[in-house]
Design a protein around this ligand. Structure first.
Ligand code: BTN
Length: 241
């Protein structure tokens, strides 16, 4: 599989999308530094030296409405690898991997579809590995951590990346061969969102209530004060307490 390695890029996701049509499934774009790293919902993703900034091109041939499932697949793979290092990582819906309540990884999934079939999915994964927290601007630092800070030691990024890519491939094989409920159950076991009072912000509104589940497409199910339930496919989630 092709690996496109760069010292510096604007965003690995942007490059991956440019080349995706002519690449095989499994091709990777990796950069040491991103100058225009992108987060979800139009936010910036600060990407200095010492992190892992990577985009994986996948061609799963699934309906577009299932593309968000791959965000859960990737989050599960990251959380599993971090747990194998002895850290108690948890997943905050939809895609934040956290340690002790602080974010260590974010995932930005972008898909292109023809009618309802995806042509490709770009899984953009950013992991705060060895950088010093002081390299992250103060406005972004709150609520963030790094693997080095949590483990108290420098991490070998290459072997971490190998372990992660191996785990991602395992999860992707399960995704393609097993009912999605299997992955969803594993994801639910590592998520700390279900059972929590949450406030979810979407571009059009704010929904508050108790997170009671996740649908097979990865939408968060919220039970509101009036006891009705609502499913939210994408949004920014805050734990209310
Ligand atoms: C988020 O939590 O908002 C998602 C952050 C995703 C960051 C990764 S880093 C590699 C890839 N390239 C980007 O520009 N973004 C993703």
């Amino acid at each position: 599989k092709k690996i496109h390695y760069f010292e510096e890029v604007t965003s690995t996701n942007s490059i991956a999308k440019e080349i995706a049509a002519s690449e095989e499934e499994g091709a990777l774009v990796i950069a040491e530094v991103q100058k225009g790293g992108r987060g979800r919902m139009g936010r910036e993703w600060v990407s200095p030296h010492g992190g892992i900034w990577i985009s994986v091109i996948l061609k799963p041939g699934i309906p577009l409405r299932h593309a968000s499932r791959l965000t859960l697949v990737a989050g599960l793979a990251v959380a599993n690898v971090i747990r194998n290092m002895g850290l108690d990582s948890r997943i905050k819906w939809p895609n934040d991997v956290r340690i002790n309540g602080k974010k260590v990884c974010g995932i930005l999934t972008e898909a292109k579809a023809e009618v309802d079939r995806v042509d490709y999915v770009v899984l953009g994964i950013g992991i705060n590995v060895n950088m010093d927290l002081k390299d992250i601007p103060e406005s972004f630092r709150a609520g963030s951590t790094t693997l080095k800070a949590e483990l108290g030691t420098h991490i070998k990024r290459v072997s971490f990346l190998q372990d992660f890519l191996f785990e991602l491939e395992q999860q992707y094989i399960l995704f393609k061969t097993q009912p999605f409920s299997h992955i969803l159950n594993d994801w639910l076991a590592l998520s700390d969102t279900i059972g929590r009072e949450v406030k979810v912000t979407t571009p059009s509104r704010i929904i508050e209530g108790k997170a009671v589940g996740v649908t097979p497409d990865g939408a968060l199910v919220i039970r509101k004060a009036d006891d009705t339930k609502e499913e939210i496919i994408a949004g920014r989630c805050i734990y209310a307490r």
